[in-house]
Design a protein around this ligand. Structure first.
Ligand SMILES: *Cc1c(COP(=O)(O)O)cnc(C)c1O
Length: 390
C-alpha cells in the first residue's frame, strides 16, 4: 500500500491478499506446527516463531506508525516486557510518575531485582525530564547507551501530555534509548517514530482492536536489529498472540478511524458539559480533566502535538465513597477496567493497590465509547445526583 494514501485509507486497505480471485480478507491459520520434508528448507517450522497470519496486522500497524517493522505480542505487557528485557544490566530507566500501572509495576519489579535503576519523573515537566535524562546520561558509570527514557503521552490515568518531539530529540542527542507507549493517542493522533523514537509500544487490547474482546500488544520500530531482538525474545519467551485474537484485532482495527472520531467527539462534548457542572453544590464533582479542555495544564501542547484529544476523561468526586456510589448508580456506563472499546467504561483507579497515591482516591477514569452522547451525559449526571443524595 503506497505511503501516500491517507491513514484512513491504509487502515482499511492494507494487509489484504493481492492474488487474483483471492478472498478479500487474509486467511488465519489455526495451527501450532508446519509440515516438512527433510530434503527441503522451509521458512515455517513452529507457530511460536510466528505464523504468516500475523503478517497482515503487523504490516498494517507498522504502516500506521510509519515504521519499518511491526511485531505482535500476546499482550501490551508482553510487548513492554520484551523491550525492557533489552535494557543492559545496571543501566537507568526513566519513566513517567503516572505511567500505566502494569508497566510501572513491572519496571519497579525489575528495578527491585537490581536489573536497572528506576527514575520517576513528571513527564509533562519537560525541564524536569531533561534534567534527569542529562544526569543519567552523564553518569560516569553508565555508558550513555545504558539509559532509556520511556514516555507515555497522554498518561494513564492522569492525562498529562509530554512534549514528545523535544524529549525524543534531546534524549537521542545524548545517546539515550527511547520508547513511547502510544496506546492512548493511537497511530491516528500521534506518531512518535517521526520524532526519532526507537520503539513504539501499543496495547492492541484498547483502541486498536476496540471491542473489549481481545488482549494483544505490538511493538513497532525502524531499527532492524532491535526488531530482530524483540522477535527473538517473543519466540524464546513464547509471548505470541493466538490466531483467534489476530483475526479479531485485524477485524476491529479496520474501523478504528470512525470509532475514534465518534468516541473523541463524545469525549469532547462530555468534558465540556461536565466542566459546566463544576461548583454546583448539589453534585459531588470536584474536577474534570481532558487534554481538549482549555484549562488542562498542557492544552496548548496537546493542541499542537496531537491530531485529536482522545476518548479518555477523568472526573474527580469528593471522596472514594462518593466515587464508588456513582459507579453503583450507572446504567449506560459499565463499571470496568480497561478502555478504548465501543462501549463506555468507568473505573475508580485507586481500587488497584498498585496505583500511586498521587492519583486522587475519588478519581474515576472514563473511557468514552460511541453511544449517544446525551445518554452518556444524562446517565452520569443521574449517577452523581443519586450518589450525592445517599
Ligand atoms: C492497558 C495498557 C497497557 C497494557 O496492555 P495489556 O494489553 O493490558 O497487556 C500498556 N500501556 C497502556 C497505556 C495501557 O493502557
Amino acid at each position: 500500500m503506497p505511503m501516500t494514501h491517507h491513514r484512513r485509507t491504509r487502515i482499511v486497505a492494507a494487509g489484504r491478499p493481492h492474488e487474483p480471485n483471492s478472498p478479500v480478507n487474509p486467511a488465519v491459520d489455526f495451527t501450532s506446527t508446519f509440515t516438512y520434508r527433510p530434503s527441503v528448507e522451509y521458512p515455517q517450522v513452529y507457530a511460536r516463531e510466528g505464523i504468516p497470519s500475523f503478517e497482515p496486522l503487523e504490516e498494517l500497524l507498522a504502516e500506521l506508525e510509519d515504521g519499518a517493522h511491526g511485531l505482535l505480542f500476546s499482550s501490551g505487557q508482553s510487548a513492554i516486557s520484551a523491550m525492557l528485557s533489552q535494557l543492559p544490566l545496571g543501566g537507568h530507566l526513566i519513566i513517567p510518575q503516572h505511567a500505566y500501572m502494569g508497566f510501572a509495576s513491572m519496571a519497579q519489579h525489575m528495578a527491585d531485582k537490581g536489573l536497572f535503576t528506576l527514575h520517576r519523573v513528571n513527564i509533562a515537566d519537560t525541564e524536569q525530564v531533561l534534567a534527569t535524562v542529562r544526569k543519567v546520561a552523564a553518569d560516569a558509570h553508565a555508558a550513555t547507551t545504558k539509559a532509556t527514557l520511556w514516555i507515555e503521552s497522554p498518561t494513564n490515568p492522569m492525562l498529562e501530555v509530554a512534549d514528545v518531539p523535544v524529549l525524543l530529540a534531546e534524549a537521542k542527542a545524548l545517546g539515550v534509548t527511547t520508547a513511547v507507549d502510544n496506546t492512548f493517542a493511537t497511530p491516528l493522533r500521534q506518531n512518535p517514530l517521526h520524532h526519532g523514537a526507537d520503539v513504539v509500544i501499543h496495547s492492541v487490547t484498547k483502541f486498536l482492536s476496540g471491542h473489549s474482546d481481545v488482549i494483544m500488544g505490538a511493538a513497532v520500530t525502524n531499527d532492524a536489529e532491535l526488531n530482530a531482538e524483540l522477535r527473538a525474545h517473543r519466540n524464546l519467551h513464547g509471548t505470541i498472540p493466538g490466531p483467534m485474537e489476530v483475526f479479531l484485532a485485524l477485524r476491529g482495527v479496520r474501523t478504528l478511524a470512525v470509532r475514534l472520531d465518534a468516541a473523541e467527539r463524545n469525549a469532547g462534548y462530555l468534558a465540556s458539559r461536565l466542566s459546566e457542572l463544576l461548583g454546583e453544590d448539589s453534585l459531588p464533582l470536584v474536577a474534570v480533566s481532558y487534554p481538549g479542555l482549555p484549562d488542562h495544564p498542557q492544552f496548548d501542547r496537546a493542541t499542537q502535538l496531537l491530531r485529536g484529544f482522545g476518548a479518555i476523561i477523568t472526573v474527580e468526586m469528593t471522596s472514594k465513597q462518593t466515587a464508588d456510589a456513582v459507579l453503583e448508580n450507572m446504567e449506560v456506563w459499565t463499571p470496568a477496567t480497561s478502555l478504548g472499546g465501543v462501549e463506555s467504561l468507568a473505573e475508580r483507579r485507586r481500587r488497584h493497590p498498585g496505583e500511586p497515591e498521587t492519583v486522587p482516591e475519588g478519581l474515576i477514569r472514563l473511557s468514552v465509547g460511541i453511544e449517544d452522547p446525551e445518554d452518556l451525559y444524562t446517565d452520569l449526571l443521574h449517577a452523581m445526583r443519586s450518589a450525592a443524595e445517599n
